[in-house]
Design a binder for this molecule. Structure first.
Ligand SMILES: Cc1ncc(COP(=O)(O)O)c(C=O)c1O
Length: 393
């Protein structure tokens, strides 16, 4: 075989600190992860509430496996959708206060489904925050609509773009609620007002907000008290705070029906297996019944931030579990990742193209399963390593 991937230069990627290396996990126990033969404290998972190993969630998955088997065996429109799927969709519609919800195989596919079903021709526009996740960008690239990106978390920049399109043209606007790599919260109320003023449909990707922020932990729309009129489409994933896998889209009946009729990632892909659905359903129940996980997470976020501030460690001040340490240079981020690992801590360096050039970072994530002692260890190592690498406080 002499077919080589065009433009791929592995040596150059290595030199630039941009080479991506897969790491194999041998076992996991709460926040302790056995990876590459080392036992490390995991500070890079999205298991914000620690539900991936909650006994009710694990048991629900085991029980449903015995009842339904391991796989769903077909697309949801053929024979892959069970009564468990329907009841989870109904539960999600109810808790989010939306007319209807639909389960998709994952968040990446859910964003592809939204764009490909709703923005299908050249006279449509897609506006996205500059820091929106790759799945929204990729969805737009598969559509005939024109994509424009607005300055990060800036409703006036969005308004400027919306004011330039003709009245009869349709626009879909995408934002994340909690930005995945920065941890800041989008100004959803203001974005929603601008969208309503121009008749645009706002889509909120709540992957990192659902389960974490808001009075009831129901994410960005809960945090800003925004209903279906203000945020017509809400997408959230099951693989982060809920600790399992998959995603849903919730919104008005007519839009959700459009996904059933048109969304290729829904129609042409095998349904999520029933054991996964049962585990997600149990995780939603735990999230509502046991707010203590969220309360503990909030207190650990405060603990980390005040510790970092008192040690002079420069972090982005977010009140979410995503606490990035921004280091412009990719190689430096990788060096800091290695030092942390040598000291028993797993934090991954995030580099371009995942984040913009010159903004490589360590993406530290906190979980309700962490202890204050584990956070002390992280702070100690950061406070010694950062000056040694000439990364100032
Ligand atoms: C903001 C955002 N949207 C969508 C996704 C994709 O979700 P999934 O992992 O379920 O495909 C992610 C995952 O990293 C994400 O961070």
């Amino acid at each position: 075989m002499n077919y080589t991937p065009e433009g791929l230069n592995l040596e150059q990627l290595q030199q630039q600190g941009l080479f991506r290396k897969e790491r194999i996990v041998e076992s996991k126990d709460g926040t302790i992860i056995n990876i590459g033969g080392k036992k490390l404290i995991n500070f890079c998972s999205n298991d914000y509430l620690g539900l991936s190993s909650h006994p009710d969630v694990v048991r629900a998955m085991q029980d449903a496996t015995i009842e339904f088997g391991a796989g769903s065996t077909a697309s949801p429109l053929v024979c892959g959708k069970t009564a468990l799927h329907l009841s989870l969709e109904q539960k999600l519609a109810k808790v989010t206060g939306r007319e209807r919800a639909l389960i998709l195989s994952c968040g990446y596919m859910a964003n592809m489904a939204i764009v490909s079903s709703l923005a299908r021709n050249k006279s449509q526009w897609i506006f996205q925050d500059k820091l929106c996740h790759a799945s929204m960008v990729d969805g737009s690239m598969s559509s005939r609509a024109t994509l424009k990106r607005y300055a990060h978390a800036d409703p006036s920049a969005l308004e400027k773009l919306l004011s330039q399109i003709n009245e009869e043209e349709r626009a879909l606007v995408f934002t994340e609620s909690v930005f995945s790599m920065d941890g800041d919260i989008a100004p959803l109320s203001n974005l929603s007002s601008v969208c309503q003023q121009y008749g645009a449909c706002l889509v909120v990707d709540d992957a990192h907000g659902f389960g974490v922020i808001g009075k009831n932990g129901l994410g960005g729309t809960d945090y800003f008290s925004l209903g279906q009129n203000e945020v017509p489409l809400l997408m959230a994933t099951f693989g982060k705070a809920l600790g399992v896998y998959g995603a849903f889209i919730a919104g008005p009946e007519i839009l959700i029906e459009a996904f059933v009729q048109r969304a290729r990632p829904y129609i042409y892909s095998t349904a999520l297996p029933a054991p996964i659905i049962a585990a997600v359903s149990a995780a939603v129940d735990v999230m509502q019944r046991e707010p203590e996980h969220r309360t503990k997470l909030a207190s650990l976020i405060n603990y980390f931030q005040s510790g970092a501030n008192s040690l002079g460690i420069k972090i982005s001040n977010t009140n979410t579990p995503i606490q990035p340490v921004i280091l412009a240079d990719a190689s430096r981020a990788v060096r800091l990742e290695h030092i942390l690992e040598e000291n028993g801590l797993l934090v991954r360096a995030i580099r371009p193209p995942t984040v913009p050039r010159n903004s490589s970072r360590l993406r530290i994530t906190l979980s309700a399963s962490h202890t204050t002692q584990q956070i002390d260890m992280l702070l100690d190592v950061l406070s010694l390593a950062m000056p040694a690498l000439d990364i100032s406080a």
